[in-house]
Design a protein. Structure first.
Length: 380
């Protein structure tokens, strides 16, 4: 049953920002290949200006974020919803709720509304108490606005069930196993195979970038530490200033070229993953798929994905110990192979697209039968 599906609340595709944009990219292509009509809403600030990308239709909506900051995201989502009201969608898939759920009153009434609830945004330490209160309020608005819900981690699924009595579906992010790594790429960054560490993250406190760099800075490592992520915000500039005297630490900025990122991860000695909030993190899955050894912040989100196939740290001293320990080659190989196996079995994009399509079709059919009932949960 082909459906007309709109994907909202991302900055758009192709991905030039983060996890939800990556999900929208792979998912929209996959759904189009399965015969559905898919429209992805793009910010007018997005560098890609065409109306089609890989057979996916794009609608570019006004976004004043470059003029008024984060508040522009609310205006952008408002404009997307106004447009969506006139397109006769069967389903609207909304990726995140932060700046769109406040517009609940203008959500179109005909389509099935499915929210991917993202992480528990209101616990992120980068936000002030007033912003945290708003985010919790926005979360509740999304629960009231949506018909069905998706969680990208078991921990978030459990949280939504316990707090709101929902039965959200669990669908993780996906990753692509690539074999196009190019060791020649390393030369342009002045690094060599297995002689550097890497971390890939948005420059935000809850990603524990500072903890990773403190542990590395205190170590006797002769290798480099390369950091991938946009360094334009205040927090990032502080880190650059704080660790700028350590010649081993290199801030490379944001890199979106998939081959370059894959190559940098693949040839690294250890990939450090400091994320402590959220669900199944896309950069972690990419690291697993790149066949690189991983050391991760010890929390329920990372452990659910990596299980026993990583080293874990809770503070800078533990991270320093990981850097300075001798790693058994057989132990390393086992972790690498087990992570690849998990990607193939649990996190391949083909499987994720199939799961989304099944969820969307089931939700659409069920909602048609139960349109007049006050029901929220997981489709059969």
């Amino acid at each position: 049953m082909p459906l007309k599906i709109g994907i909202l609340s991302t900055r758009g595709i192709p991905n030039h920002y983060g996890g939800f944009e990556q999900l929208a990219e792979y998912l929209s292509i996959g759904l189009v290949e399965k015969g559905h009509e898919v429209i992805v809403y793009n910010s007018r600030l997005h560098p890609f200006k065409k109306e089609k990308w890989n057979e996916v239709s794009l609608v570019h909506c006004y976004d004043p974020e470059d003029k008024i900051g984060s508040a522009g995201q609310f205006i952008y989502d408002f404009n997307c919803l106004i447009d969506a009201r006139n397109r006769n969608f069967d389903v609207l898939l909304i990726l995140g709720y932060t700046s769109i759920s406040v517009w609940k009153a203008i959500f179109p009434s005909a389509p099935v509304i499915i929210f991917n609830m993202d992480g528990m945004e209101w616990i992120r330490c980068k936000y002030s108490n007033s912003v945290k209160r708003f985010l919790l309020y926005a979360e509740k608005l999304a629960i009231n606005a949506g018909d069905y819900f998706i969680a990208d981690s078991i921990a978030i699924q459990s949280y939504l069930t316990q707090k709101y009595g929902l039965l959200p579906g669990y669908i993780a992010y996906g990753a692509e196993i690539r074999e196009d790594q190019d060791e020649n790429i390393l030369a342009q960054y002045g690094i060599k195979r297995n002689e550097y560490y890497i971390q890939v993250a948005r420059m935000e406190p809850e990603n524990n970038i500072e903890m990773v760099l403190e542990g590395f800075n205190a170590s006797f490592a002769s290798e480099k530490m390369i950091v991938l992520g946009d360094i334009s915000n205040k927090f990032a500039r502080r880190l650059v200033s704080k660790f700028g005297t350590d010649h081993r630490i290199m801030f490379l900025g944001a890199i979106y070229d998939k081959k370059i990122k894959h190559s940098l991860c693949h040839y690294s000695k250890i990939y450090f993953h400091g994320h402590s909030v959220g669900g199944t993190n896309p950069s972690l899955l990419e690291a697993m798929a790149s066949k690189t050894l991983i050391a991760a912040h010890k929390n329920e989100f990372n452990q659910a994905v990596l299980q026993d196939n990583a080293f874990y740290f809770s503070n800078a001293e533990e991270l320093k110990s990981i850097i300075q320990k001798e790693i058994c080659p057989f132990q390393k190989l086992a972790k690498l192979e087990n992570n690849l196996k998990r990607i193939r079995q649990d996190f391949s994009w083909d499987k994720i697209v199939d799961q989304y399509e099944n969820f969307i079709l089931s939700a659409y059919k069920q909602r048609k039968l139960e349109r007049n009932l006050n029901y929220k949960g997981q489709p059969c």
